[in-house]
Design a protein around this ligand. Structure first.
Ligand SMILES: *[C@@H]1O[C@H](CO)[C@@H](O)[C@H](O)[C@H]1NC(C)=O
Ligand SMILES: *[C@@H]1O[C@H](CO)[C@@H](O)[C@H](O)[C@H]1NC(C)=O
Ligand SMILES: *[C@@H]1O[C@H](CO)[C@@H](O)[C@H](O)[C@H]1NC(C)=O
Ligand SMILES: *[C@@H]1O[C@H](CO)[C@@H](O)[C@H](O)[C@H]1NC(C)=O
Ligand SMILES: *[C@@H]1O[C@H](CO)[C@@H](O)[C@H](O)[C@H]1NC(C)=O
Ligand SMILES: *[C@@H]1O[C@H](CO)[C@@H](O)[C@H](O)[C@H]1NC(C)=O
Ligand SMILES: *[C@@H]1O[C@H](CO)[C@@H](O)[C@H](O)[C@H]1NC(C)=O
Ligand SMILES: *[C@@H]1O[C@H](CO)[C@@H](O)[C@H](O)[C@H]1NC(C)=O
Ligand SMILES: *[C@@H]1O[C@H](CO)[C@@H](O)[C@H](O)[C@H]1NC(C)=O
Ligand SMILES: *[C@@H]1O[C@H](CO)[C@@H](O)[C@H](O)[C@H]1NC(C)=O
Length: 330
């Protein structure tokens, strides 16, 4: 009796000391996905960055990928900051369960955005950023209807913004900043179903901002460093929920005197435009934590109250005739 208990204990000890994979419930990597990853590695010219991509190791354990543990399918491909001189392999379209696709900080990644990504219907995050991609922003991106996060910033993309992007029903963030985009902001951007954080800065966009954008409640907008014109009243008003707005370094030209702002606005940058009139009383709202109206054509006394006297004098300098604290008295 004692002997059999001893044997049972020994058996349990041996069983527990076995390598974990035999106990683990995760499925091995899908063979089709493994083959696709090998093709991708080859298309990227077998970079050192992907040295762990070897058939001696289950591909769910490779660097830069993530599997669904139940299905063994690749759901993330995130290639970040390597020495890779190539184009985006069209084979990425053959990872049908991909939810996240990221190529970032790869300055020798060139070429255009491949149309094969339209096959990635589960994609929620697409980040092709800080690379050297060129050519247009393809309108076929609008076929990726599950996209929540689209980032094409810091590239060499040219042409205009495709109006079709506004049909993406779940878009929470849109980064098209730091490219060489031209043309106007599409009027369709007033029809987003969910209202994205919108970053269009550091491009060569021109024309008036479409009035239709006033149909939505934006919370975060960065249009800085373009050549945009017209006025911005559609984003503001006591009704609106905008929090952060950077319109600096454009050609906006309007009378600021009657601008109404809601209690949600915390950051407003209008520096380097052609804004005229005077600073509205509404800017004395306690919610306003950052203001920069420097390098415009404003006049009159800086309203007293809120944080208006706490802002640096560089928030106000280089205007036609603004005066009063923190600038010299009127
Ligand atoms: C993994 O796949 C299963 C089965 O399709 C699904 O229920 C689950 O939500 C997936 N998990 C992730 C993290 O995608
Ligand atoms: C990019 O390619 C050039 C030329 O081959 C090489 O000198 C440079 O180190 C590469 N840079 C990176 C970050 O990959
Ligand atoms: C990138 O790789 C190229 C060729 O393999 C090499 O000449 C270059 O020095 C590498 N650059 C960096 C930044 O490692
Ligand atoms: C980007 O690509 C262009 C050619 O298309 C090349 O002249 C330039 O050096 C590249 N920039 C970087 C940062 O690799
Ligand atoms: C864009 O291309 C130019 C040359 O064509 C290059 O100097 C620049 O570094 C590239 N920009 C990016 C973000 O790669
Ligand atoms: C914006 O949000 C405010 C507060 O939630 C709401 O009262 C207003 O109707 C909204 N306006 C639009 C244009 O959706
Ligand atoms: C506030 O929003 C509502 C609905 O979005 C609109 O009917 C109303 O005219 C707006 N009021 C102001 C002062 O803009
Ligand atoms: C701006 O609007 C205010 C209020 O309507 C008006 O008094 C002022 O003359 C306008 N300023 C200019 C420069 O048009
Ligand atoms: C306001 O913008 C001007 C112009 O870019 C800059 O020189 C100044 O430092 C800014 N002031 C603050 C407080 O950010
Ligand atoms: C801003 O304030 C600094 C000191 O805080 C002062 O030297 C400077 O002259 C002021 N500039 C203007 C335009 O008032």
């Amino acid at each position: 009796m004692k002997k059999s208990i001893f044997i049972i204990i020994i058996t349990i000890i041996i069983f527990l000391s076995l390598p974990t994979p035999s106990l683990s419930l995760s499925k091995p990597c899908n063979k089709n996905d493994e083959n696709t990853l090998f093709q991708i590695k080859k298309s990227l010219n077998n970079p050192y960055h992907l040295a762990s991509w070897q058939n001696t190791l289950d591909c769910c354990h490779w660097y830069c990928v993530k599997c669904n543990k139940t299905t063994g399918r690749i759901i993330e491909l995130t290639i970040f900051s390597g020495n890779i001189s190539a184009q985006i392999p069209p084979e990425v379209g053959n990872l049908p369960y991909l939810q996240t696709l990221l190529f970032r900080k790869l300055t020798n990644l060139t070429g255009q955005i491949p149309s094969t990504i339209t096959k990635l219907t589960h994609l929620t995050m697409l980040r092709l950023s800080w690379t050297n991609l060129s050519g247009p922003i393809p309108s076929f991106i609008s076929q990726l209807t599950n996209l929540n996060y689209l980032d094409l910033s810091f590239n060499n993309l040219t042409g205009s913004i495709p109006p079709e992007l506004a049909t993406l029903p779940n878009l929470g963030t849109l980064h098209l900043d730091r490219n060489k985009l031209t043309g106007t902001i599409p009027g369709s951007f007033g029809m987003f179903k969910t209202v994205p954080y919108l970053y269009l800065s550091h491009n060569q966009l021109t024309g008036d901002v479409p009035k239709s954008l006033g149909y939505l409640n934006f919370t975060w907008i960065d249009f800085s460093r373009n050549q945009l014109t017209g006025d911005l009243s559609m984003f503001f008003g006591t009704n609106k929920t905008i929090q952060v707005a950077d319109f600096s370094r454009n050609n906006f030209e309007f009378n600021l005197s009657e601008m109404e702002v809601s209690g949600t606005l915390s950051h407003l940058d209008l520096n380097h435009n052609k804004v005229y009139g005077s600073l509205p009383e509404a800017f004395t709202s306690e919610s306003l934590q950052y203001l920069n109206v420097s390098y415009n054509r404003l006049c009159g006394k800086i309203p007293q109250g809120g944080n208006m006297q706490r802002f640096d004098n560089t928030s106000y300098f280089h205007n036609r005739c603004l005066c009063g604290l923190p600038l010299p008295r009127c």
